[in-house]
Design a binder for this molecule. Structure first.
Ligand code: ADP
Length: 484
């Protein structure tokens, strides 16, 4: 069933299994609600356990032929998907904006996806094994082999970026996939599902489910025919998936999880640049990114000047209709996230001083917010808020800065601002994070960097050069041949 929302443009709301769009076997649907207008954008089919089984069975059946197709032919398919993303980028941007409240001005997911599919259409050639004759009478080969069915579970903050950074390498490596989108943002994944029909993919190679984590997500995590699972989302859900995997078939897991990223600003830093970048980091997508610079530690000697610079333009955002290209600050994605962020504002006000921002009091908008002088054991310092809320504290010495920055279970991303190269090098070694930036902070990313977390921020790495291995397992082949 499709629901006409805007004039003639129907939004796809069905599950995509074995190259067919179909309703859920339970006939249940759930609403996708615009966080800006609060209108029901679509009623989406909710995957039930039978749908999960059907999708996994379709992927399993499609696997041998897809694996045996070879790198070149798989690449031809992936290039077609890249082109389809480019053609639809405007429409996908608007759809995502309506569904998630992200300002269209900050959505580049479709062009990113086009780039990712184009890259992986060729990249699988780089997958090579080894060979040796080191043991008399035996020739050893190693090959890298796909797992079979890969389950991919993605979040709502940049859905198509996760969609492509998981599907493209999984397919390039020869796996077939079942992707479950987030119940908060299922529409662009379903839109993109049509591309796989248009590109002529064999049935079952790609299956897309919409549904809830505790039902279809949990069923994928526990499924005995899924051998590999790549997840992006919260650390808490990551733990549940790990447990489900351990209690089923110990599937191979890769996880991109939460963060509580510190930025450390020393007295010799370019304070204007540090203030501008750390501001942007926490405001970007209304703070709904895993690598947002949510803790800033500034050296006491320059704290006053830095805070003055930080406060200056911090509140200067244009809140409003996410579809308006001039809007720079969207609402939080839904009531649950809005309430969650408001709770943290309460904690911040109780434990520290809220000096700028707070609840906008209108819709799901939260103003860019600064909380100062928060004790290091406050929940505001320890937990991921996922909103535009930054805690700014001070330090005296480098040792104290390192101690505070690292005193967290997260380890996704960290930044240091200084002009002293020796200090920059010491800090980059000392900070416990998968990515450390010097004189820049998130959303800075480069294509050939490995992205992923230390500690409870993740397992494994993503990024152009680092992802295909998540979808491959090594096989040693020992050949006794010849007369040695
Ligand atoms: P959020 O609460 O911010 O949506 P989650 O980590 O809960 O973040 O969600 C990320 C993805 O994980 C979503 O697709 C969600 O449906 C899925 N998910 C949630 N709970 C589970 C679970 N127990 N097992 C598998 N997937 C889950």
């Amino acid at each position: 069933m499709t629901i006409a929302v805007q004039k003639a443009e129907p939004i796809e709301t069905r599950l995509f299994i074995n190259n067919k769009f179909r309703n859920s076997s339970s006939s249940k649907t759930f609403d996708v609600i615009s966080p800006y207008t609060k209108e029901v954008v679509a009623q989406v089919q909710e995957a039930d356990l039978k749908d999960v089984d059907d999708a996994v069975a379709a992927a399993n059946a499609a696997f041998p032929a897809w694996r045996d197709l070879g790198v070149e032919q798989r690449g031809v398919y992936l290039r077609k998907i890249s082109n389809l993303f480019l053609e639809a980028s405007d429409e996908l941007g608007k759809l995502e904006s309506r569904c998630t409240g992200r300002p269209v001005s900050q959505i580049m997911d479709a062009t990113y996806s086009a780039d990712v599919f184009r890259y992986f259409s060729d990249h699988a050639w780089s997958v090579q094994g080894t060979a040796s004759n080191n043991t008399p009478g035996i020739t050893k080969l190693t090959t890298e082999e796909p797992y079979g069915v890969a389950a991919l579970i993605i979040p709502w903050n940049a859905p198509l970026c996760s969609f492509s950074m998981k599907i493209a390498p999984a397919l390039a490596a020869g796996n077939t996939v079942v992707l479950k989108s987030s119940e908060k943002a299922p529409l662009t994944s379903l839109y993109a599902a049509k591309f796989f029909i248009e590109a002529g993919f064999p049935p079952g190679v790609v299956n897309i489910l919409s549904g809830f984590g505790n039902l279809s997500g949990a069923a994928l995590a526990a499924h005995m025919s899924v051998r590999c699972l790549s997840f992006t989302g919260s650390s808490l859900t990551g733990q549940k998936i790990q447990a489900a995997s351990a209690n089923s078939n110990m599937k191979n897991l890769h996880m991109e999880l939460g963060g509580k990223s510190p930025s450390v600003v020393f007295e010799d830093a370019d304070l204007e640049s540090a203030a501008q970048q750390t501001q942007f980091s926490i405001k970007y997508l209304s703070g709904q990114t895993c690598f947002a610079s949510s803790r800033v530690y500034v050296q006491e000697t320059v704290a006053e000047r830095f805070l003055q610079l930080f406060r200056e333009n911090f509140a200067d955002v244009k809140m409003g209709d996410p579809l308006d290209p001039k809007t720079s600050h969207g609402p939080q994605i839904d009531q649950a996230q809005y309430t969650r962020v408001k709770n943290y504002l309460g904690i911040g006000e109780k434990d520290g001083d809220l000096t700028v921002g707070g609840n906008a009091g209108d819709g799901f908008f939260i103003k860019p917010t600064i909380i100062e002088r928060v004790p290091e054991d406050s929940r505001l310092i320890k937990e991921e808020v996922f909103g535009p809320v930054v805690a700014i504290n001070t330090f005296k010495t480098e040792e104290e800065a390192i101690e505070k920055a690292n005193n967290t279970e997260f380890g996704l991303y960290a930044a240091v601002f200084t002009k002293d190269i020796d200090r920059a090098m010491r800090m980059s070694r000392a900070l416990e994070a998968g990515t450390v930036c010097v004189n820049c902070t998130s959303p800075t990313m480069v294509k050939d960097a490995a992205f992923g977390g230390w500690k409870m921020s993740g397992i494994g790495r993503e990024g152009y050069l680092n992802t295909i291995g998540n979808f491959l397992q090594t096989k040693s082949i020992l050949i006794k041949a010849g007369n040695i």
